[in-house]
Design a protein around this ligand. Structure first.
Ligand SMILES: Nc1ncnc2c1ncn2[C@@H]1O[C@H](COP(=O)(O)OP(=O)(O)OP(=O)(O)O)[C@@H](O)[C@H]1O
Length: 622
């Protein structure tokens, strides 16, 4: 192929711009990214060669070499991994196929564009070379192709790149960075070595650099022809726990997660028994931008006996733990394991169960011993963990203990156990209310009687709450009960006298109730008196078996049809507005206003707001 000039895909141009402008303050990461690509390329070769040994040609020792030329001002990262064909070079270095890129670009819209933290959440990869280089040349040949099918790719990192065919006897890739003016600090062996050991110690392949020797005549270090490894070259997770420092664990996390912050917690274990595997699992401190994408690739990489197999093995973790990052290295799975096989494998099932338990234990430990940290975790990932209540019945009880809520007593951090410990004598149920916002929940009329009696109510405002509650009925033998559903029966908390008085008022109000039922028959299933209200005239509740109004709204927003069921209007017989109803000439208007206001107070929307306004205005001018 003769030399061709091609244009970068639009997204690549955007990424190039972002990377070179926003990551300048942390420019040394280019070496981490390129060494990591070289290591991936070797992993890929090892994997493909499992059933095609000839791909090794006669060069079976995989390695990465980093060198520099002070005169030409270049740094070269060499690997003898899989390499690229011409098509692959154009494809991989000119476009971005990676899933999540579009979302990432969308997340960077507007003001956030300069947020280097956000960029850090995304592998910047190859293009980070342009932070320090004003030209990158890549010379490569794919394993298995003849020497005549080598490729040279070259670009200044602006709009275009060039590709041409070259003769290249050795397989694998050389990435040659032509440094920008002013980047000479990277043309020093000690500098490159220190960056490699900082970022790449855990890489399981040797990263070699030319050996240095002290020259007595020149009185300086000179470079020899020999190469030596500058990293530890042992997979971090395969080392014994006592040999790995906290700093190393943290650094490894940053590399696999692209998170610039330290993880919240991690766990590293070798599991023996029927299935043998090593797990190194991290819980991040901050949620990634695509946490809500339930289809996104998992964050756990699968290795089999140190050989990298895949980095998006969903089968290793339940979906509700999709924020967990790390490595699982199995001793039992076959090296050629496929995705389909993973789904069915009993070993994988055992690994998933074991790893889930480990993560839960890690979270329990943080919840118990580092409450502030757990509060941060909850803020970031709580709503995702709640999915587990419905998805993981085996661990439901453990998960329920990890849940935290707002309540009428605290704006956050209330666990079921805290609630149960504070329950009033004679209180039999755990009370909760669901609403769209904390403010709406707090000012809900349904809470009035609970406030008056000093009974705590959990305030649930996450979208997932209603769904979660459809899978969780009790905690510690105490049923969960919505204060917006069915009649309030405070059981032993209500004294006999109160009950009798309420019954008497209900009796006296019977004729009014009948008229209200008639006036509202299109809108309410029933109208009854209640003891749950103190300050408000009326409220709306769902019948026992019906869906709460909040859930019905959520379903509607999600484009689903909620079964249509009319609510119940409950009225406060002691309220002046209710007392005024009997004998009032504007009974019908008042009835409709009572209903509309109850609907509004509960967070609902009026079907005919204009009619409501007219009715209220008629009252105001009367
Ligand atoms: N040294 C290399 N040898 C072979 N292929 C490479 C090499 N470097 C890059 N590539 C190819 O170019 C692609 C793009 O690299 P880039 O670093 O931009 O993204 P990535 O490695 O896929 O993602 P990330 O860096 O986020 O892990 C790689 O997926 C790989 O196919």
């Amino acid at each position: 192929m003769d030399k061709q000039t091609l244009s970068f895909q639009a997204e690549v141009k955007q990424i190039l711009h972002l990377v070179t402008h926003s990551l300048y303050s942390n420019k040394e990461i280019f070496l981490r990214e390129l060494v990591s690509n070289a290591s991936d390329a070797c992993d890929k070769l090892r994997f493909e060669a499992l059933d095609k040994a000839e791909l090794y040609e006669d060069d079976p020792d995989l390695e990465i070499r980093v060198s520099f030329d002070a005169e030409k001002k270049t740094i070269t990262i060499h690997d003898n991994g899989i390499g690229m064909s011409a098509d692959e070079a154009v494809q991989h270095l000119g476009t971005i196929a990676k899933s999540g890129t579009r979302e990432f670009m969308a997340a960077l819209e507007g003001e956030q564009k300069k947020d280097a933290n956000l960029i850090g959440q995304f592998g910047v990869g190859f293009y980070s070379g342009f932070i320090v280089a004003d030209r990158i040349t890549v010379e490569t040949r794919r394993a298995g192709l003849p020497a005549e099918q080598g490729v040279r790719w070259s670009s200044e990192g602006t709009g275009e790149f060039e590709v041409e065919t070259i003769h290249r006897p050795e397989r694998g890739t050389d990435v040659i960075l032509h440094l920008r003016d002013g980047e000479d600090e990277f043309l020093a062996a000690w500098k490159l070595r220190s960056i490699i050991s900082k970022y790449s110690d855990h890489i399981s392949l040797p990263v070699l650099m030319p050996k240095q020797r002290w020259d007595d005549e020149k009185k300086e270090q000179v470079t020899t022809d020999e190469w030596e490894a500058v990293n530890k070259a042992a997979a971090l997770w395969a080392r014994s726990k006592s040999d790995v420092t906290d700093a190393e664990y943290q650094e490894f996390y940053k590399q696999i997660s692209y998170d610039s912050e330290a993880p919240l917690a991690y766990t590293h274990n070798r599991v023996e028994g029927r299935t043998e595997y090593t797990q190194l699992l991290y819980v991040p401190a901050k949620a990634p931008f695509d946490l809500w994408n339930r289809d996104k690739r998992g964050g756990v990489k699968l290795y089999v006996k140190r050989v990298f197999i895949m980095d998006d093995a969903e089968a290793l973790m339940p979906v509700y733990l999709r924020f967990v990052k790390g490595v699982i290295d199995s001793a039992d799975l076959p090296l050629n394991v496929s995705r389909e096989l993973l789904q069915e494998s009993r070993d994988v099932k055992a690994i998933r169960e074991g790893s889930t338990k480990r993560v839960l234990a890690m979270l329990e430990d943080v919840a118990e011993n580092q409450k502030d940290k757990y509060a941060e975790f909850w803020e970031q990932f709580g709503a995702v963990l709640k999915e587990g209540i419905g998805e993981d019945h085996v661990n439901q009880e453990r998960l329920a203990k990890l849940l935290r809520f707002a309540s009428t007593q605290a704006d956050s951090g209330v666990g079921f156990a805290d609630y149960v410990a504070r329950m009033k004598e004679g209180q039999e149920a755990i009370y909760y209310i669901t609403a769209e916002t904390l403010a709406a929940a707090k000012s809900s009329p349904q809470l009035e009687i609970f406030r008056k009696k000093g009974i705590e109510v959990l305030l649930l405002t996450d979208r997932v709450d209603e769904w979660m509650l459809s899978h969780l009925y009790e905690f510690d033998g105490k049923p969960l009960q919505s204060v917006a559903k069915g009649g309030v029966d405070l059981g032993k908390l209500q004294d006999e006298e109160e009950k009798k008085a309420a019954e008497a008022t209900a009796e006296a109000l019977k004729p009014v109730l009948e008229r209200l039922k008639e006036a509202l028959k299109e809108r309410a299933k029933d109208v009854r008196t209640t003891t749950r209200l103190v300050d408000s005239p009326a409220c709306i509740v769902a019948d026992d078996g019906d869906m709460s109004a909040h859930l019905a709204r959520l379903l509607k927003q999600a484009g689903q049809t909620a079964p249509k069921s009319l609510p119940i209007l409950e009225i406060n017989a002691e309220h002046p507005l209710v007392k005024r109803l009997d004998g009032d000439a504007r009974f019908d208007d008042l009835a409709q206003i009572l209903f509309d206001q109850a609907l509004l107070a509960e967070g609902g929307q009026l079907e005919d707001p204009a009619a409501y306004v007219q009715r209220v205005n008629r009252m105001l001018v009367a």
